[in-house]
Ligand binder design. Structure first.
Ligand SMILES: NC(=O)c1ccc[n+]([C@@H]2O[C@H](COP(=O)([O-])OP(=O)(O)OC[C@H]3O[C@@H](n4cnc5c(N)ncnc54)[C@H](OP(=O)(O)O)[C@@H]3O)[C@@H](O)[C@H]2O)c1
Length: 244
């Protein structure tokens, strides 16, 4: 039987690239998003181009109470689950407006924990599977320009680390992905340095290759590991004076 990948937040540029990569490697694809009707063109394209099965499913990361039923409703339980959804949000608005702050926290952290708790129980019982979480280098050190998003991603990174530790003992693999800058809808209004910025297809290739090798934590592009090593080691008395 061909293995199945469930992609949570399947409408994003990064998710589409990941779906195309896995489909090209003969995986069946489950595309889950808030508006699944918008994924029909992608679904058709994956099926025709790669001669694989692709299905669409309604999923909202912040509708926590629906998560167990959503997972239960999947026609096939996936071998790989990739948690891609996220919300950068507006940091300044979030400082004043709890609605915006809670949307950032609930999308990037609580929502991910809620659905992956359900997935983890199933995979632990089956004693097999892979969970991949797309976190962010923004979670490695809080900065004035995006610490609401960064703190939620920090929580998610720690969650994935703990989940990896727990599920290792059941034969389930958990991989954390730490992208730096990626050229997607999320960053289209930011001016990103081209040399430091990955294309979604590069991220997809890195994720596929690293998951096949059962890597634990990857950075994409790879050199972000070293950029973050430097950033994490800037003494706090200097760091707090910077306008980052
Ligand atoms: N781009 C970067 O530079 C960068 C860097 C580091 C990490 N990341 C992370 O990479 C992942 C993909 O980001 P991207 O750059 O591709 O961003 P994006 O294009 O903005 O995509 C975000 C996706 O998350 C989905 N989403 C948001 N809230 C949701 C909810 N409540 N329920 C279900 N889906 C929801 C969106 O769905 P809709 O289509 O319904 O809006 C969208 O498809 C995110 O986790 C992001 O934090 C991105």
């Amino acid at each position: 039987m061909i293995p199945t990948v469930l992609i949570l937040g399947a409408g994003s540029d990064m998710a589409v690239a990941i779906a195309r990569k896995y489909a090209s490697e003969s995986y069946a694809i489950q595309l889950a998003a808030r508006r699944p009707e918008q994924l029909h063109a992608l679904q058709q394209d994956l099926q025709i181009r790669h001669n694989t099965t692709a299905t669409t499913h309604a999923f909202d990361a912040t509708d926590f109470d629906s998560h167990a039923a959503f997972y239960q409703s999947l026609p096939v339980k996936p071998e790989i689950v990739i948690c891609v959804f996220g919300y950068l949000g507006d940091q300044e608005k979030g400082q004043r407006d709890w609605q915006e702050a809670s949307r950032i926290l609930h999308t990037n952290y609580t929502g991910a924990v809620s659905i992956l708790n359900v997935v983890a129980e199933d995979m632990a019982a089956r004693k097999s599977g892979t969970i991949i979480g797309i976190s962010s280098v923004a979670g490695e050190r809080g900065r004035m320009s995006n610490y609401l998003y960064g703190s939620a991603k920090a929580g998610f990174t720690a969650y994935l680390s703990g989940l990896r530790n727990r599920l290792f003992h059941t034969g389930v693999h958990v991989m954390s992905v730490q992208p730096g800058f990626v050229n997607t809808r999320m960053t289209e209004n930011l001016s990103l340095p081209p040399l430091l910025t990955a294309q979604p297809e590069q991220v997809a290739k890195d994720v596929f290759k690293a998951a096949a090798k059962k890597k634990n934590v990857i950075y994409t592009k790879w050199f972000w590991r070293y950029i973050m090593l430097i950033i994490r080691n800037i003494p706090e008395f200097i760091f707090k004076k910077l306008k980052l």
